[in-house]
Design a protein. Structure first.
Length: 177
C-alpha cells in the first residue's frame, strides 16, 4: 500500500549514493565511447544514461515507500534495457547493473531487493552470453558478474542495516537526554 509519498532530489546523501552517482557518470562516458560521436545511437545512449543517473538519485519520503521504489526499479530496468538495445560498450551496462543491484537492496525493505538482483542477473546473462560467441565462456563470465552483483547487494544491505542501527542509537540517545 502506497502512503502519501513526496519526492525530493537532495544533495545531502550518504557516501554510497554519491558513489553510485559518480559510478554511473563514469559508466555513461564508457557507454557512449564506442558509439559514433553525435550519432542518433550516441545521443540515445547519453539520454538513457542521464535519465538512469537522475532517476536513481530521487528520494521518496517516507524512505521505504515500497510501491514507489518498485515502480522506480521498473523504470530503471526499462532504461537499463534501453541502454542494452542502443549498444555501446557492454562494460558500461555491467557497471550500471552493479549500481542498480545496490540501489534495489538499499531502497527496499527486508531482503526484497535481492529478488531484483535475481532479475537483473537473468537479464544480464541473456545479454552477455551471445556477445562472447561461445556460450560456455560467456555463461561463466556472466555468472561471475552476477555473483559480484549479489556481493554488492550484500554490502549494500549491511550498509543499510548499519545506517538504521545508527539512526536508532541516535534516537535512543535523544530520548535519554
Amino acid at each position: 500500500m502506497m502512503r502519501n509519498v513526496s519526492v525530493t532530489f537532495p544533495l545531502r546523501r550518504s557516501w554510497m549514493e554519491w558513489a553510485a552517482t559518480i559510478t554511473l557518470v563514469i559508466a555513461t562516458v564508457l557507454g557512449i565511447s564506442d558509439l559514433p560521436t553525435g550519432s542518433l545511437r550516441w545521443w540515445a545512449a547519453l539520454l538513457l544514461f542521464v535519465a538512469l543517473t537522475l532517476l536513481q538519485r530521487i528520494e521518496f519520503q517516507p524512505v521505504y515507500a515500497t510501491s514507489a521504489e518498485n515502480a522506480r526499479l521498473v523504470a530503471l530496468s526499462l532504461l537499463w534495457g534501453g541502454i542494452a538495445l542502443v549498444g555501446g560498450n557492454p562494460l558500461a551496462l555491467i557497471i550500471s547493473a552493479f549500481v542498480l543491484s545496490a540501489h534495489a537492496v538499499f531502497t527496499l525493505p527486508g531482503l526484497s531487493g535481492f529478488a531484483w538482483i535475481g532479475g537483473f542477473s537473468v537479464a544480464l546473462v541473456a545479454y552477455l552470453v551471445p556477445i562472447y560467441g561461445d556460450w560456455l565462456p560467456g555463461l561463466f563470465n556472466a555468472l561471475g558478474t552476477c555473483a559480484g552483483m549479489f556481493f554488492v547487494g550484500a554490502a549494500a544491505h549491511a550498509q543499510k542495516r548499519a545506517e538504521e542501527a545508527d539512526a536508532e542509537s541516535r534516537r535512543l540517545l535523544g530520548e535519554l537526554q
